[in-house]
Write a protein that binds this ligand. Structure first.
Ligand SMILES: [Zn+2]
Length: 336
């Protein structure tokens, strides 16, 4: 990693001008999740940081393009503006609608939000959020569980201990069929003495269809992200097809101009999705799909970009690292 001083020099306007031919070859797509909300105990990106990042792009002559524009241009071999950048928001929680989207709108910055449509249609919330909820609300500080290698005891005193444990558990249950994960969540609910609300509690409130309709604009667009946010590779053919095609149908029924680009939950190519899911997305009439693996979209070496596994970078926590990914610098590092 470069120091902040080095990044600031290497991404200064004169150096960036010099390195423009290199930067022209790629587009970074950024992936964001939740936005911090102290009132409801939600950790996430800060709005101030988002403002800084969007302000920086404008000042430095970057072009924020929509994901739709990016994919359509790739398909049609149409040139894109220099120094293009795109933004995506996954999962469609209330904080994105109330906090982040108005900022994008005000900056006239295109952004695409991916909805798991049973959250809107059935007040569904998936097992990975339930797991987080249970640990956040328990007064226990020890638990015994079995990862298949005998019983282990885990202790958790602080919020950070809990977060690390939840991450480990999520990682483990993502490799299991959805029903196993759902069952594990109800076991944990008993062990931790926390009752799970039947519909999403306030901190997991999804963007409603009404909100989404009100937010749809020239800058804010919505795309499909399954119905129930399962790991698709763990599903049968019929289930996976229903998750992919069903979420596209739901979003098309409810919104005026949805984006026909799919977003794979968890998004690790070869683990969470593969050729089967990519084919199903194409068969459902979608024109491309996003992974969550880090990497650029290549404009010059297009063969390196799979239109049904488009890579993204997690939105960096610091402005210095954001500059690094937006500029030529990260790409040069990648090529070395
Ligand atoms: Zn997701």
């Amino acid at each position: 990693m470069f120091s902040e001083i080095a990044i600031n020099f290497l991404t200064s306007a004169p150096v960036c001008r010099l390195m423009l031919p290199l930067r022209r070859q790629v587009v970074p797509v950024f992936l964001m999740h939740r936005f911090a909300d102290d009132n409801r105990g939600i950790r996430g990106h800060s709005l101030g940081h988002l403002e800084d990042a969007l302000g920086y792009l404008k000042r430095r002559g970057y072009h924020i393009i929509s994901l739709r524009d990016l994919v359509e241009s790739l398909l049609a071999n149409r040139p894109l503006p220099d120094k293009a950048v795109a933004f995506t928001l996954d999962d469609g929680f209330y904080d994105q609608a109330e906090k982040a989207l108005p900022v994008f709108e005000r900056h006239q910055a295109p952004v695409t939000v991916f909805l798991a449509t049973d959250m809107q249609d059935a007040q569904y919330w998936s097992w990975d959020y339930k797991l987080e909820y249970l640990f956040k609300h328990t007064s226990e500080n020890e638990i015994k569980f079995d990862f298949g290698k005998g019983e282990t005891k885990a202790q958790f005193q602080t919020a950070n201990d809990k977060r690390l444990l939840v991450r480990r558990l999520r990682h483990f249950y993502k490799t299991m069929p959805n029903a196993v994960a759902e069952n594990a969540v109800s076991d944990f609910s008993k062990m931790l003495h926390v009752t799970l609300p039947s519909s999403a509690p306030s901190e997991y409130q999804p963007i409603t269809w009404d909100q989404a309709r009100a937010l749809e604009s020239d800058y804010v667009e919505f795309g499909p992200h399954t119905k129930r946010h399962p790991i698709l590779s763990q599903l049968t053919d019929d289930e996976a097809r229903e998750e992919i095609a069903g979420s596209w149908q739901a979003i098309s029924r409810n919104l005026k101009n949805p984006v026909p680009i799919f977003c794979f939950p968890s998004g690790r190519e070869g683990i969470d999705f593969g050729p089967r899911e990519q084919r199903m997305a194409a068969e459902a009439g979608l024109i491309g799909a996003l992974s969550a693996d880090p990497g650029y979209i290549y404009l010059k070496r297009k063969e390196n970009t799979d239109i049904f596994a488009l890579k993204r970078f997690s939105f960096p926590d610091t402005l210095a690292h954001f500059k690094q990914y937006c500029s030529w610098l990260e790409y040069a590092k990648e090529r070395l």
